[in-house]
Design a protein around this ligand. Structure first.
Ligand code: DSN
Length: 422
């Protein structure tokens, strides 16, 4: 039986949208650094009977009966997450990365308390305290920035000064659009100097940490890690909160997730998280994580040779933030639309101290997690980067653009999205 047989029979409109997306994902190239392709096993778990079940509470302590299998699945997800990240405790119920962050604030702060987080325009995330989010009505956010966007080094001296002045209860590391490694020890030291909890949002790099390709923040003493499960970690869409060692913190986090913020957990998603964590424990995942970095480096080299400014001067992780407006005179939005036309999906992105507005910024953000899942190695990634530059530099040449579209399609068809990784 095919994956969509029942939908096809029952609901043609939804089937058509799903079939269209299948083709888009197979024939197009996914370079949005926060996206990935999951295995069929993860999709089966997410489409399983567990979507039928209410399971408020935690394993062994639920508000409804009939929990023998949900308890088994959630316990598996928790134990695997703990092992993958070297955590003493894990909450796998957070519906998303945003919920994971908000629940962590609720667990560790009182209303009015202060969080010191990275400025959105320098790579932070909305839930790190952007004024458009409702959390800023309840908590006070102060910010740190990079000292120099061309090296991406954080201004740790200024961060310490702001920490001493505002006395945050949380010092928050982590990012959404930042291409270098942070100095974890400095974050933890600053947090300890001002008596704050150290929290890091590893949503973008969780798979790189789990695969051992980058440093594990817990080795530097962070108290809590929050994450999504669907980016480099290659699981279903969802959130995850890990506590390094404090049972007290872990208990507060569990209470903040349920009943504080959410109702019934999505047990089908938790089952899919368990499956994905199982895959991440497989030796092949280590190779995958390392290849993501190698592939990003291959793209970086082409952009460098092409004279395109990259924030941080390049990348040490899975993503690149390129100043296409400053370097090629093409606004980020136009670059996004143009590259979409040739079958390359990425996103426009503000760069630090952007001279343009957020809806049409100067930069584009792209990365290698999904392309690496397809089996692309450095050679293919180098070629993709060359094609991107060729498209950007020949944006009015329709003949050239359609040749690039054809080459991308051929490349993608040669590397079909795999069903299984183990
Ligand atoms: N939307 C995610 C990203 O693309 O980085 C963060 O929430």
């Amino acid at each position: 039986m095919n994956f969509y047989d029942s939908i096809k029979k029952q609901d043609k409109e939804v089937f058509d949208a799903l079939a269209g997306e299948e083709v888009r994902e197979q024939e197009g190239l996914e370079l949005i650094p926060s996206e990935n392709y999951v295995s069929r096993a993860v999709r089966e778990a997410q489409g399983s009977v567990l979507t039928n079940k209410y399971s408020e509470g935690y394993p062994g302590k639920r508000y409804y009966g009939g929990q023998e299998f949900t308890d088994a699945v959630e316990t598996l997800a928790i134990e695997r997450a703990k092992k993958l990240f070297g955590a003493a405790f894990a909450n796998v119920q957070a519906h998303s990365g945003s919920n994971a962050n908000i629940a962590t604030y609720m667990a560790l702060l009182n209303p009015g308390d202060t969080v010191l987080g990275m400025d959105l325009s320098h790579g932070g995330h909305l839930t790190h305290g952007h004024p458009v989010t409702y959390i800023t009505k309840f908590f006070n956010f102060v910010r740190y920035k990079m000292k120099d966007p061309d090296t991406s080094e954080i201004d740790y001296e200024e961060m310490l000064r702001v920490a001493k002045e505002h006395k945050p209860k949380i010092v928050l590391a982590g990012f959404s659009a930042y291409s270098r490694e942070l100095d974890y020890q400095k974050f933890v030291d600053i947090a300890r100097q001002v008596g704050a909890y150290s929290v890091i949002d590893v949503a973008h790099i969780a798979g790189l940490i789990a695969g051992g390709a980058v440093k594990n923040p817990f080795d530097y003493g962070f108290d809590v890690m929050t994450s999504t499960t669907h980016k480099t970690l290659r699981g279903p869409r969802g959130g995850l909160i890990l506590t390094r060692e404090s049972e007290d913190i872990a208990k507060r986090i569990n209470k903040a997730v349920f009943p504080g913020l959410q109702g019934g957990p999505m047990m089908h998603v938790i089952a899919a998280k368990a499956v994905a964590f199982g895959e991440a424990m497989h030796p092949s995942f280590k190779l995958y994580a390392v290849q993501i970095l190698k592939n990003a480096k291959a793209m970086e080299e082409v952009f460098r040779q092409g004279g395109v400014r990259m924030l941080g001067g390049g990348t040490s992780n899975h993503l690149i933030l390129a100043d296409v407006f400053g370097s090629l005179g093409i606004p980020g939005k136009e670059a996004e639309v143009l590259l979409d036309r040739v079958g390359i999906t990425l996103n426009k992105n503000a760069i630090a101290d952007d001279v343009r507005g957020p809806m049409d910024p100067s930069g584009i953000r792209f990365g290698t997690p999904a392309a690496t899942t397809r089996g692309f190695k450095e050679g293919e990634c180098k070629r993709i980067a060359e094609l991107m530059l060729e498209a950007l530099k020949n944006r009015t040449d329709e003949q050239k653009l359609s040749a690039i579209r054809e080459e991308i399609r051929t490349l993608c068809l040669k590397f079909p999205v795999p069903d299984s990784f183990v």
